[in-house]
Ligand binder design. Structure first.
Ligand SMILES: [Zn+2]
Length: 275
């Protein structure tokens, strides 16, 4: 399937190159592009089409239209499911913000996670965060790899708890929003083994003296887990029962920081409590 498409794309490019003159070039579409991508979100568009937001490895986050994707028989199959890992071909138009998606092929299936309600909740949070924090057309190799790693682990382990906590923590870290974990952000007192406090209104981690009312605790165990997340790859960390409370506490802190810095409430977050 790949070869005929690649040939078609090449033929299309050649046709574009053969034509000259600024006026005729303006009327034409830009040459077709191809990238490895992760589907972030899709929305119904009109009766037959889909609006698709994807993170291209070489293009950054791009929005485009997949014509006919809502028809019963369509050429996209299951490639446009949330967080599918695909190879995508699209055409940019000079005057429009949306690209035209020509074709997508599945590189890696996350069918189990996508079709299970509980697991798809974890995927929905990853998708919403990525959509909110990634600027359009900005390549982000670390986020691309992080999303793939997290989704693979949700699919492979059948549990989103550890992958989502790791994903949220690393998103905060890559965004440059991580406070110091060893000292109070206000008075610089070492936190030691005492719980630190945080909330979604003020950046930082605070000691007992500097905490505001309503702040939530981040215990020493959750802070050690953050250190583990910094130094170990997700697929090498075993999720054991003893870690559960720390995994959840670190995830909640990271989600609060994501909301604080993106100035957005995560709509999918409340679904986590019901699964
Ligand atoms: Zn303090």
């Amino acid at each position: 399937m790949v070869i005929p498409i690649a040939l078609r794309v090449r033929a299309f490019r050649m046709r574009c190159c053969c034509l000259s003159g600024a006026a005729s070039a303006r009327r034409l579409l830009m040459p077709a592009r191809e990238t490895e991508a992760i589907i972030l979100k899709t929305f119904p568009l009109g009766e037959a089409d889909r609006l698709v937001s994807f993170l291209g490895r070489s293009s950054g986050r791009v929005r485009g239209v997949a014509a006919g994707a809502r028809r019963l028989k369509n050429r996209y199959g299951s490639t446009l499911e949330v967080l599918s890992h695909v190879q995508i071909w699209y055409v940019e138009k000079e005057t429009r913000e949306l690209v035209r998606i020509q074709q997508a092929e599945l590189l890696e299936s996350f069918h189990k996670a996508q079709s299970d309600y509980g697991l798809s909740t974890g995927l929905a949070v990853i998708s919403e965060i990525s959509e909110i924090i990634l600027p359009e057309h900005e390549v982000s190799e670390p986020m691309f790899r992080l999303i793939l790693l997290a989704v693979r682990q949700v699919e492979g382990t059948g549990d989103w708890n550890l992958p989502l906590s790791y994903f949220a923590f690393w998103t905060v870290r890559l965004g440059g929003w991580l406070p110091r974990f060893d000292r109070c952000s206000a008075c610089d007192t070492p936190l030691g083994s005492k719980p630190a406090s945080y909330d979604a209104h003020r950046a930082g981690l605070f000691c007992e003296k500097c905490r505001s009312s309503g702040m939530k605790p981040l215990h020493a165990g959750a802070r050690s887990l953050a250190e583990r997340f910094t130094n170990e790859r997700l697929d090498r960390i075993e999720y054991v029962k003893l870690m559960q409370a720390n995994v959840k506490e670190l995830r909640e802190a990271a989600l609060d920081w994501i909301e604080l810095h993106s100035e957005r409430r995560l709509m999918t977050r409340k679904l986590l409590e019901s699964t």
